[in-house]
Design a protein around this ligand. Sequence first.
Ligand code: ATP
Length: 515
Amino acid sequence: MATQEEVFKKMVSHCKEYGFVFPSSDIYDGLAAVYDYGQMGVELKNNIKKYWWDSMILLHENIVGIDAAIFMHPTTWKASGHVDAFNDPLIDNRDSKKRYRADVLIEEQIAKYDEKINKEVEKAAKKFGESFDAELFKSTNPRVQEHIQKREALHTRFAKALNDNNLDELKQIILDEGIVCPISGTKNWTDVRQFNLMFTTEMGSTADGSTKIYLRPETAQGIFVNYLNVQKTGRMRIPFGIAQIGKAFRNEIVARQFIFRMREFEQMEMQFFVRPGSEMEWFKHWKEFRLKWHKALGLGDEKYRFHDHDKLAHYANAATDIEFEMPFGFKEVEGIHSRTNFDLSQHAKYSGKKIEYYDPELGESYTPYVIETSIGVDRMFLSIMCGSYKEEQLEGGDSRVVLQLPPVLAPVKAAILPLVKKDGLPEKAREIMDSLKFDFKCVYDEKDSIGKRYRRQDAVGTPFCITVDHDTLNDNCVTVRYRDSMKQDRVKIEDLHALIDAQVNMKNLFKKLIG
Ligand code: ATP
């Protein structure tokens, strides 16, 4: 059996081989942590964005979208706190010359304790069989108790160090836990330093005095600075939301794990403006809605979990992540934050504008509170890929790689395949393609054996293969072969549209979300 790491590596090469993701400027050997999406990848990415956008804009009368510029007035980032506080703690290993995020090294150490605990529980579960009580075992077994105590002590110490911004203590934790560099295997660490993640550039020519500006590290501020514009012109009444999809840039210290941590990436963010005091209720509401949105894709409910933050960002009074089980562990895909009225108040202060809402029901004005849902398109893409990539052993010693993508997100919905390149079969296949192509992304393929063509479609996650054979000319039926089960059915051409639509129409998922 291949390890998770090996499968992940294969999945990454699969992404390149089949036109999903390429390293940026590949012919120049790439640019670290920057990637391009290929002909398949862009379709999948667009479908993810559509699923998100429509679930916000179509399903909620009180949510509207905007598309703000990447460049913003530099005071925006002073007001938001990013100039002073958008930092990560970095640490170098002197022997390998590799750089790490100190907080991530410690988080991985905590995960190791979790793994040890889980292993003990699994072992005991096997031994004791059906009558096994995991909670009782955890609270009584001395070895597990020892791991739990160590984990909790580390967790408390780590959370305190982060909240106190105590860099010396972060280093001390790394030393005390005996954390070594995975490359050199040594504990020869430098001190921990803060590193600001924002990219800067200059606007205007230097001759007439240029201005330093930032590439936005999050799309949210574009929403906050447009709060008044949208509220007034859209006559929005609280509670209401503003959604946006767009690029964000972060000069990440360590960029590994493919498109998990990129320096240029895309975010889908929604800021929901609410009455002060009602924010916890809305926080709960959005947590539930967002988790439903993920689970509706059908990759397996057990692959998702919430993770509450140890350190709240400077603006937040509650925060949680939705994590997905990647081959390298449960990892954040989306953040849900209760941002209080911090951002709007700060922008009011720095701009001198009154940024408030007059609540006709209460007869008073206030600065709205904000619940934010923030998800990375690329991380979502990665989670979908990780959840869908399967290597299957088939009967007769054959094997196949299949992407079991949720059909609504699949780049290609149906492949139309004439069994042979003659006898009028290509013409019939083209006719079918023409009747489907306005509603579904279809491909036509007549090259190679039918088996090879099926494999090609499996590898890019096409849910339906439609084969046209000689009988088709007489009975107007085709063979539909289903990607996951590989089962084949004889179907009337006139029924194809409904058959595909039932699987790939996002409407069906949206009904689940609000049902
Ligand atoms: P992390 O702790 O992994 O650095 P974060 O908590 O800083 O992430 P947020 O600021 O909450 O992330 O950003 C919201 C979402 O944007 C994340 O959940 C993630 O999906 C995405 N995201 C953030 N940074 C990156 C990145 N460097 N590459 C790809 N996606 C990212």
